[in-house]
Design a protein around this ligand. Sequence first.
Ligand code: HEM
Length: 433
Amino acid sequence: MKNDQEYIYITLHIIVLWTHIYIVFQKDLPVYYKPWMDIARNMPELISSHSLRLRIHNMPLLETHLLRTHHELRLAHLALSIMTMGYVWQEGERETVKVLPQSLSVPFCEVSQRLGLPPILIHADTVLANWKKKNLDGPFSMENLELLLTLPGGESVRGFFLVTLLVELAAVPGLKAILDVINGIHYNDVAMVTKALDVVSQAIDSMKQALKLMHEYVDPSIFYGIMRIYLSGWKDNPSMPEGLVYEGVQEKPMEFSGGSAAQSSILHCFDELLGVQHEGSTGAFLRRMRDYMPPSHKHFIENISSHPSLRSFVLQQADEGLTHTFEQCVARLVDFRNYHINIVTRYITIPASRAKQLRANNQGLPEELDAIRRAPTALEERGTGGSGIITFLKTVRDKTKDTSISKCTNGNQVLPDPSMTEIQKAASELTIE
Ligand code: HEM
């Protein structure tokens, strides 16, 4: 039966998609790859002593065929991508490189090709493939998780990647419920769809609760002044207008966007489910980000959109409970995106405007403000190749609002977020009189 086949197909995709979170990730590579791991495990030290580039020039060119399992390949991609970001940005935005040496570029491109991923650091590296539990039987909590590999920025790097992982984990029940929504529509089962949508709505709310931890674990001046450059790519980046030559792979420079949670599949899945339509340059950017996801994630998202529309089903059924639950999902997605805008304001917009002021001031500054002053200017207020970050994020948020069946229903009212006060407080703390 067609439906059974579909069910199996979707179940398989969910398993492929989320097993990488539930199982303990590979912690080491075969001993042959020790030269990579010795460098990748010491990135902050090698960067601060300005010796990373030299170490990479002396690194042997290793074969990649000894990497056999998916997990080994993912850990290799993480290690090679972290080394690449460190190599390119070791001296900041002014002394970038034009060529990635072949000891790095050749294995990186081979591993990337086998995984169907781009040869640059992506969300699926730093967040999805970069954690282990301290106590295997313990919970997925900040206290019980640690990173496999890190970048300059100390505890804030740990906080940034692990809080994002907790947001992903909070989404998992909602992703599983997508299956029930699709099958409920197929069977015309309003109760099944309503129940599954309730799970989706709760999952989105849990994601917001997890996102709040960012304030506790990530320092805005460290994020903006130290960490952000290592996540930057070489597409639409004025510091590297020609892109990057991957030596031994091809002579023409290549361009890739940097790492961003826009490459996470979770909101793409919920958007497709609820029927959020992103258009124009905003939609084009988000669609392009799917090329920075593991192929199984991308296929899963496409699979959701290939099924009959949930929104049409809700309209057609005109069932009060179903409509209310659908509206609540949309409202919570808008709420999550509003909260994310607040986070971006605190971690990028405010430090960016402080950086401008501080550069005009040559006096000695406390370490924290000095980090902001020295932050890369090319990244100020930019994120998405052209339009300002906040404009972009508000467009995405507004398109989510437009999905509401009745914009007047109470369920879609987004209350003012208490975190705004926190952000205003942060802004005033950064102000120098
Ligand atoms: C300090 C924390 C964070 C900062 C500073 C931040 C910053 C940004 C920026 C600048 C963008 C614009 C696109 C780009 O430049 O790549 C963006 C997009 C996005 N971010 Fe974040 N982000 C943070 C945390 C998170 C977390 C934890 C998630 C959850 C998985 C997330 C999900 C997204 C999504 C889905 C987009 C695409 C726009 C959308 O669908 O609403 N971000 N973020």
